[in-house]
Write a protein that binds this ligand. Structure first.
Ligand SMILES: NC(=O)c1ccc[n+]([C@@H]2O[C@H](COP(=O)([O-])OP(=O)(O)OC[C@H]3O[C@@H](n4cnc5c(N)ncnc54)[C@H](O)[C@@H]3O)[C@@H](O)[C@H]2O)c1
Length: 345
């Protein structure tokens, strides 16, 4: 094998899509997934690659140095997805976010440095910017050079990890690259997140909770466009990417209400399923990124328009009812409340 790649959080939504994508695209690359299988991790997401001899799975915590040392042994590349990833859960329990997102990242960076890996991609997020705006407060998509003003405990813990990763480049010359992607959607996304939550509830005729006035906007990218960008960065020459930050986005800005209406229309469900609920605490009004830097440096561009990606995603959730049944069987109280199971049927 030319490369052996450690993927942390590879049983989650983006991590599993990434593992499928890179194994299909790079025959000379082996993949080791390290995942704690929290409520968000799901081995079924990796069913399609289990029999590939280039794939292996280690069940463990990124905060545990011995586990990380064993998992990273022999790897020359690391792509670090593992995180507590849901803003609403971070509002209820910030401590677990600092532990996994900051302490876990520190553990990985230390061992990657010890082993001398040749590429470490820190999967950060556009949440680290807070509201998308210019220094004078004018609303516009975030640039890599903008100040970090995270609003939620999730965003703040990711900002800590983002800057910690950068410090390993600045201080030790470790070949770190940081990506800040906008909101992803696609197959295998946990139903706590906005689009699969709306799709699941609409399919089951449950109400669709709309935060506040429904006008907060996000910039949506199909997950495979995100994983394609990561693969480009992994394979790029070090002098083009090491120590750099890249935004990744598809310039598809949409409000919560627009998303809910699209899903109801696609499924032929009535608009009276919409239910306005009190706004999320500290809710960011607008997230959006300018990804011209990645387009310029690596000729990456998104290929899936939202209207096509959302139609495919809705079809995926309609077909994969067993997958959803197994997620719901985990009896996660947070998820049961988020989906309003047991209310309107
Ligand atoms: N989902 C998005 O829209 C989005 C956008 C930009 C960036 N990101 C970032 O991408 C990454 C992946 O996001 P996702 O949506 O796939 O998340 P996810 O919640 O679906 O998956 C996270 C995975 O990490 C694993 N994990 C959690 N804690 C762990 C630990 N201590 N040790 C080992 N594994 C652990 C979980 O079991 C799970 O498999 C995260 O770092 C997130 O911040 C997500």
């Amino acid at each position: 094998m030319k490369h052996t790649l450690l993927v942390t959080g590879g049983a989650g939504f983006i991590g599993s899509n990434f593992v499928h994508h890179i194994l299909a695209q790079q025959p000379d690359t082996a993949v080791v997934v390290l995942d704690k299988l929290t409520y968000a991790g799901n081995l079924e997401n990796l069913d399609a690659v289990q029999s590939d001899p280039r794939f292996s799975f280690i069940h463990g915590d990124i905060c545990d140095a011995e586990t990380v040392r064993a998992a990273m042994k022999g790897c020359d590349w690391v792509v670090h997805f593992a995180a507590e990833s849901h803003v609403d859960r971070s509002i209820l329990n910030p401590g677990s976010f600092v532990q996994t997102d900051v302490v876990g990242t520190l553990t990985l960076l230390d061992i990657a440095r010890e082993y001398g890996v040749s590429r470490f991609i820190q999967i950060s997020t556009d949440e680290v910017y807070g509201n998308a705006e210019a220094p004078d407060g004018a609303s516009r998509p975030s640039l890599e050079t903008d100040a970090l003003k995270p609003l939620s405990p999730y965003a703040a813990s990711k900002a800590g990890a983002d800057r910690l990763a950068f410090s390993y480049w600045a201080t030790y010359g470790m070949p770190v690259v940081i990506t800040r992607c906008s909101n992803n959607y696609g197959p295998f996304q946990h139903p706590e997140k906005q689009l699969p939550l709306f799709i699941s509830n609409a399919i089951a005729n449950r109400s669709i909770p709309i935060y506040g006035d429904g006008k907060n906007t996000r910039d949506w990218i199909y997950v495979r466009d995100h994983t394609a960008a990561i693969i480009k960065i992994l394979n790029a020459p070090s002098e083009q990417v090491a120590g750099e930050v890249f935004n990744i986005g598809a310039s598809e800005e949409r409000s919560i209400l627009e998303n809910a209406q699209t899903i109801l229309d696609t499924l032929g469900k009535p608009q009276d399923l919409l239910a306005f609920v009190p706004d999320r605490l500290g809710h960011v009004r607008r997230h959006a990124v300018n990804s011209e830097k990645l387009q310029r440096v690596l000729s990456w561009a998104p290929s899936v328009r939202f209207k096509d990606g959302i139609a495919e995603t809705i079809a995926w959730y309609r077909q994969n009812t067993e997958w959803m049944k197994h997620v719901l069987a985990k009896q996660d109280k947070f998820l049961e409340n988020a989906l309003q199971l047991g209310t309107k049927q």
